[in-house]
Design a protein around this ligand. Structure first.
Ligand code: NAD
Ligand code: TYD
Length: 346
């Protein structure tokens, strides 16, 4: 249906899986990837797709209006899939400013680009990728698309603000938007700052596994390849103006999840990695529980998560163990030092 997709943040974790998916599923379409290559983005995440005939990689910042205008004039994409963001809660606590400029101002820049493109392409769509964190803690039941926003962290607040701008462009300018709010994703190529890769790296080094607070916070975990299929469904078949919540139903406490990862490591490498777990100071503003009601995307688009959690975790652990070089290149000592001080672990 679309001739060219503009994917922002395509050198990051979810974006790189999406580019691989789009490039292989729609070989006749052009995939234009914009990424600022921050600490979180690397063209290597695209593997051979970085050099594919139908993929164009542009090193650019979504805060740069001149660059965006150049891309519009040169490529005229008929769909924008927006994932570029500062994405790590601990970083947002440490230094919130980039979260405002990239997640809020950058999103608004892309919406303006979308307005221009929508004038020329009747089929134009803007798909905005958001998070369950905008709803704040869901102590019982599930968040629904119309649950009021109550973001706790600067990251969640910046994503909530971005979502509001997306909806305001739909209401004010009739921009054809679709929003997806997803839960915690996991899988290969996720940056080491996030829970699962961080625990794998530290476990193999014989270091402590820092669990914030009492470790009883509940998160819903979705494999990244299931998520990119959901984005594809929502982009091609979603109702204009709709919000789709994209979850797996697999909800675990952080302690339960880390124990599962440790037992997979034990099977592969021997030892008893869970004994390295250590409760630390809690994350400020740490939300107790997230849970999404994904019934709309199940019913309307017939999308369902397919990768069973244990199988997905096994694949993920294996990928990190087999990609030690990738792990080393993704280390960020500056942040690690701040995190260790903040949470009181070594
Ligand atoms: P990530 O941090 O791995 O990747 C983000 C990418 O955006 C990086 O490649 C980075 O270089 C790029 N980027 C950052 N600032 C930029 C800028 N100013 N201009 C252009 N590119 C820039 O993040 P991710 O985990 O892949 O998340 C992708 C999207 O999905 C984000 O919008 C995030 O809020 C959302 N999300 C992620 C999760 C998750 O569990 N990972 C869950 C819910 C929602
Ligand atoms: P994270 O991967 O940072 O994702 P998010 O904050 O976006 O959900 O963290 C997932 C959960 O794991 C969250 O409740 C915080 C917790 N956590 C720890 O307990 N220890 C850690 O070292 C990290 C990185 C996260």
């Amino acid at each position: 249906m679309f001739e060219s997709f503009l994917v922002t943040g395509g050198a990051g974790f979810i974006g790189s899986h999406l580019v691989r998916h789009l490039a292989s599923t729609y070989p006749a379409a052009k995939i234009i990837v914009i990424d600022a290559l921050t600490y979180a983005g690397r063209w290597e995440n695209l593997g051979e797709y970085a050099n594919a005939d139908n993929v164009v990689c542009i090193h650019g910042d979504i805060r740069d209006l001149t660059m965006l205008e150049r891309v519009r004039a040169e490529h005229e994409p008929d769909a924008i899939v927006h994932l570029a963001a500062e994405s790590h809660v601990d970083r947002s606590i440490h230094r919130p400013a980039d979260f405002v400029t990239t997640n809020v101002v950058g999103t608004t820049n892309l919406l303006e680009l979308g307005r221009q493109l929508a004038e020329h392409h009747t089929r134009f769509r803007f798909l905005h990728v958001s998070t369950d964190e905008v709803f704040g803690p869901i102590m019982t039941g599930n968040a629904e698309a119309d649950t009021p926003y109550q973001p706790s962290s600067p990251y969640a607040a910046s994503k909530a603000a971005a979502d509001h701008f997306v909806r305001s462009f739909a209401t004010t300018y009739n921009l054809p938007v679709v929003i997806t709010n997803t839960c915690n994703n996991y899988g290969p190529n996720q940056h080491l700052e996030k829970l699962i890769p961080f625990m794998i790296l530290r476990a193999r080094r014989g270091e402590t596994l820092p669990i914030y607070g009492d470790g009883e916070q509940v998160r819903e975990w979705l494999h990244v390849r299931d998520h990119v299929r959901a984005i594809d469904c929502a982009l091609h078949r979603g109702t204009i103006g709709a919000t789709y919540l994209v979850g797996s139903g697999d909800r675990l406490t952080n302690k339960q999840l880390v124990i599962r990862v440790c037992s997979i490591l034990d099977e592969r490498c021997g030892g008893h990695h869970a004994s390295q777990m250590q409760l630390t100071a809690d994350r400020p503003g740490h939300d107790r529980r997230y849970a999404l009601d994904s019934s709309r995307i199940h019913q309307e688009l017939d999308w369902h998560a397919e990768i069973e959690l244990d199988a997905g975790l096994r694949e993920t652990v294996a990928w990190y163990l087999d990609n030690a070089e990738w792990m080393e290149a993704a280390r960020t000592p500056d942040l690690n030092a701040w995190i260790a001080t903040q949470y009181g672990h070594e």
